[in-house]
Design a protein around this ligand. Sequence first.
Ligand SMILES: [Mg+2]
Length: 401
Amino acid sequence: MRPHTIWQSLGQIQRLSSGRNLGRRFIQNASSTRVPNFAFAFDIDGVLLRASKPIPGAAETLALLKRQNIPFILLTNGGGKHETERVAEISQKLNVPLDATDIVQSHSPFAELVKGTDETSALEHKCVLVAGGDGDGCRRVAEQYGFKNVVTPGDIFMANPSIWPFSKNFYDYYKTFARPLPKPVDPRDPAKSLKIDAMFVFNDPRDWALDTQVIMDLLLSSQGHLGTLSDKNGRADLPNHGYQQDGQPHLYFSNPDLWWAAAYPLPRLGQGGFREALGGVWAATTGGPGKGIELKKSVIGKPYQGTYEFAERQMLRNRSTAFGGATNLPHLQHVYMIGDNPESDIRGANSYRSNIGSSWQSILVRTGVYSGGEPAWTPKTIADDVQKAVQWALEASKWSA
Ligand SMILES: [Mg+2]
């Protein structure tokens, strides 16, 4: 699977959800016949919510946009739950009606890999490893996306506790959700041993050590059979010194954020922290960049182009649906991306090149990760909070609310 193929078609999420969405928002509210030529994309953590609590002004701001028929989408590097479940929580907290098409989570584009671009790339019936998240919540999300054969590191540990003996302290945790493996791990007979065809880090790993060990085992395996070791590893006559040259499963990460804003006064290590830690173990094991050896992987989520493309497609579809499927809407000139993280929200919006020629304008707020000073990526403007950010954008678009 080549990474760029993820983005080549509209996602399964849109297809699944659009039927529930017909004409619902703008038609319900006939207070305005104006069709804005702009829209908003909101990050969630540190912008609308912090530690699951509404940020002052956030609920009123979304309510205002709803009243004014101004489209928006929630674009988050968070995840761990299905889009339907996640928007239900946000709806309730912010007292605003939302449905699954109103949100793009970090792992949402993984749904496109279920069918792939053709039969050989489709992962629907392949065996995939899903790491991260509470319990096996992410497995269930993957299954809702359509993956039929999902294994977690917890399943592998419970069937083979010696794979990472230090996780025995978490036995009670894993036994609450572990499922039997579709095949045993049998290094003596690799052809019969469990074979993993793709690896996904869906959300922040809870047991970094077990997940690191299992993913490393698979990166170093022959053909993705657990318990094997590729004899190509380290061969200088092969590309990448033989690493990842033996049919190992491809590694996909969602959510590149190194830091995120939570209840603790200082930012906390995010999923990007796990990626960097795994990359460090990989480099120490193989020789890493110093020897010209890379860890081949795909990373999705903000700030990457593909995630913004996915979000823009979803936003356009929502916008059209909201106006009863109209195809002659005014061109979407501006999308205001409001975020608290310069590295993901601001960088992503600034570097995004829209396929439809929309201009994405970044607005940095002070209610999350960003704590003042010169941000690493320069936004169009900085606002105290989401309410002020939206006011600024409405004025910039000459929209009288
Ligand atoms: Mg954030």
